[in-house]
Design a protein around this ligand. Structure first.
Ligand code: NOJ
Ligand code: CA
Length: 701
């Protein structure tokens, strides 16, 4: 229930009179509910708005300015005065439809500050600050007014001025993709040319080599962890951050093809600019700021929204065992003599799922058009409704239904969004009529419609249109090549998971992901929302299909990723035969849930090691995952979070004694032990290794 009481906070209003200017400087202070974080806001003697942020007594964001430049209107950034301040305090709790915890506290103090130009056009806008115990967000609101109507934003000049050359975990400001390996440097050394994913072909989409995509995670010299990102990205473009002098991060919006940043009309609000703040890296992972800054669910009947695990006719195409297309026209789809999505093959996956209790089967390549995917100049080749001749979709869906399995549909657009939007309704109606209520979408191409970036306003609006259309047909989504998550899942809980990360597929053909990759992404991209990483590869070296590529983890680490990388749709990515060959290890994947009552970060250091414990939403069981980078290490784990009055047994899934991600990745062992809240357990993780635990309550030993 809403317990918010509207009242004017006691703000510290320091009235300063500048000697050369009669302008009043009112410094507004707003504190987090626990008072550890505070922010100050004012305008200087030129009427330029600025803010600062402190953590306890330390300045973490120094004087940072904000402002806008427009194509068709003078800039708004100076000559402003504060004309009103309205404050509020809110304390509520809400229950996500699915998530890492069953209940979320929303507790903040707010100040809405109206600024107005003192001369000339007398234009006005508001800045809304909300400050929580785990960070703060602010956004700009532009009301309808005489001199601000239709606008083209050419620059948003929001700054975040750090106080030192902090450690940063970053990917370049690639306007078209988040699929990069993370680099770890100090801010002043950020240079896209040093990032593994940079080459000259990317100059167009990575025009500023001294800029990064958000979320950006940094660690200050005093070991405060900050993550810069945004919440509720609606009808706007994605914010990247340019690294300027004196540790200033400055917002740089992804442009349209003609250079416009945002085309908009008053009244409008911008997305929230967010700073997640934590005293240690563990604390970052349970941050709920971005979700709290989004609107409550628009979807009233949620009965059709179901978290689940899914297998798929998928990895076999990435390995080159089969192809997406059923004929070859020279596209990316590869060897067309062996089409993956046939009726017979789909039934094999359905049987596998039915036998092991895996709910969904994703089928990619079932429709016509794939033969032109990646063929230069080809457009309008997917109609989204015509099955390939060797795939009887009605028969497959009926067979799945009989076996209690659900089919996950697929819309690969190849970045031809013009065509997709034309067919959006018929494409979703087609699946809906068949009773399919989860669809994976994809935009695998450089540029959209041959000219727009994946992260510009054009696509932000497109991705939202797809979420809304899917909701209309009661369909949940897994989006590949997406816009990054900004908490929209709270408002549209059918927007379940997305890629937007360098996922498992890069191990099949892209040179692989390093052992530390999955130790960085929970602390960076993962802070924005669920990741469809597609874990669970058991045949780590897959020499039968390719000898030049392999996964850089042990098998036990693959199990741990189900806990470490949160997603309400979690893939069981390997070929069925590889699981049948190792049922002892597969048992963990069969048992692991995808929806959680609570999440506890047991230990963790970015890039090095991480242990997370999660309690199942639907039982008293706990599941734990630990992973390490290329260093083998011993960890002592405590279980103090277990119910003190209960007895448990723990099934351990461990690296084998001589396991090593390079030369012995599948060495693996199981163990069953008794545990309770006082147990201390020593475990050894191999180089590139990991460990998973399933803890079950028992009446008696
Ligand atoms: C790229 C996606 O990330 C992958 O999952 C998918 O299989 C291919 N595109 C084809 O749509
Ligand atoms: Ca991808």
């Amino acid at each position: 229930m809403l317990t918010s009481v509207k009242y004017i906070l006691i703000l510290i209003m320091i009235l300063l009179l500048s000697s050369c200017d009669k302008r009043k400087e009112s410094v507004i202070e707003l504190k987090s509910p626990n008072t550890k974080i505070s922010m100050h806001f004012s305008v200087n003697s030129n009427g330029e708005p600025w803010y600062m942020v402190h953590h306890k007594t330390e300045t973490i964001i120094d004087t940072s300015f904000v402002g806008f430049q427009f194509k068709n209107n003078p800039a708004i950034k100076e000559d402003l005065e504060i004309i009103s301040i309205v404050t509020d305090t809110v304390h509520t709790n809400w229950k996500p439809v699915w998530g890492q915890q069953k209940s979320i506290e929303n507790k903040y103090n707010e100040a809405i500050i109206t600024l107005k130009e003192t001369s000339n056009l007398k234009r006005n806008f508001k800045i809304v600050f909300r400050i929580y115990d785990d960070g703060l967000g602010f956004r700009y609101q532009f009301p309808k007014q005489e001199h601000l109507d239709e606008l083209v934003i050419t620059r948003e000049e929001t700054q975040f001025k750090l106080t030192d050359d902090a450690d940063a975990w970053w990917i370049p400001a690639d306007y078209d993709s988040y699929e990069h390996i993370y680099s770890h440097t100090i801010l002043s050394k950020i240079d896209a040319k040093e990032n593994e994913g940079y080459d000259n072909t990317k100059k167009n989409r990575i025009p500023n080599i001294h800029a990064v995509n958000t979320p950006l995670t940094v660690k200050t010299k005093n070991s405060i962890y900050l993550c810069f990102s945004e919440a509720n990205l609606t009808d706007y473009s994605d914010m990247t951050l340019a690294i300027k002098e004196d540790h200033v991060l400055q917002s740089e919006l992804v442009p349209w093809s003609n250079g416009d940043k945002v085309r908009i009309k008053t009244p409008f609000v911008t997305p929230w600019r967010t700073i997640q703040i934590a005293e240690n890296s563990k604390e970052l992972l349970t941050n709920t700021l971005i979700l709290n800054l989004n609107e409550p669910s628009e979807i009233k009947d949620i009965s059709w929204i179901e978290p689940m695990k899914y297998s798929g006719i998928w990895w076999e195409m990435h390995l080159g065992k089969s192809s997406w297309a059923n004929k070859n026209e020279g596209g990316w789809s590869g060897n067309s003599t062996s089409h993956g999505a046939t009726t017979i093959n789909a039934k094999k996956y359905i049987d596998f799922n039915a036998k092991h209790g895996i709910k969904g089967v994703l089928i990619e390549g079932w429709n016509t058009g794939w033969e032109y995917w990646g063929v230069k100049g080809a457009t309008d080749f997917f109609d989204y409704v015509t099955p390939s001749p060797d795939f009887d979709i009605k028969e497959v869906v009926a067979y799945a239904k009989e076996k209690g399995v659900t089919i996950i549909g697929h819309h690969e657009t190849s970045g031809d969004v013009i065509t997709y939007e034309k067919r959006l309704d018929s494409a979703f109606a087609f699946y809906s009529t068949l009773g399919i209520n989860t669809v994976k979408t994809g935009y695998a191409n450089h540029l959209i419609d041959n000219k727009e970036f994946h992260h510009g306003q054009y696509m932000v609006n497109h991705y939202r249109k797809v979420v809304e259309t899917a909701a209309k047909y009661q369909i949940t989504l897994d989006v590949h090549e997406p816009i990054k998550p900004t908490g929209i899942r709270r408002t549209y809980p059918n927007m379940m998971t997305r890629e937007g990360v360098r996922g498992m597929e890069f191990n099949a053909w892209g040179g692989g992901n390093s052992p530390e990759h999955t130790l960085i992404i929970p602390f960076t991209r993962g802070l924005a929302g669920p990741i469809d990483y597609t874990p669970g590869i058991f045949d780590i070296k897959f020499d039968e299909y390719r000898t030049d590529q392999y996964v850089r983890t042990t098998l036990a680490k693959q199990l741990a990723l189900y806990i470490i990388l949160y997603s309400p749709l979690q893939m069981v990515a390997d070929l069925p035969e590889n699981y049948e060959d190792n049922l002892r290890a597969f048992q963990f994947i069969k048992d692991v849930p995808v929806d959680w009552d609570k999440t506890i970060v047991v230990n963790g250091k970015i890039g090095e090691y991480l242990t997370i414990a999660r309690k199942d939403k639907n039982s008293s069981s706990w599941f734990i995952g630990s992973i390490t980078n290329q260093e083998s290490r011993d960890l002592e784990l405590s279980f103090e979070y277990l119910d003190h009055n209960k007895k448990y047994i723990a099934e351990l899934y461990l690296d084998g004694d001589k396991a090593h991600y390079l030369n012995n990745p599948t060495a693996f062992k199981n163990k069953i032990i008794k545990v309770n809240h006082t147990t201390l357990l020593n475990v050894s993780l191999a180089s590139g290794g990991g460990m998973a635990i399933h803890i079950k309550e028992v009446a008696n030993y």
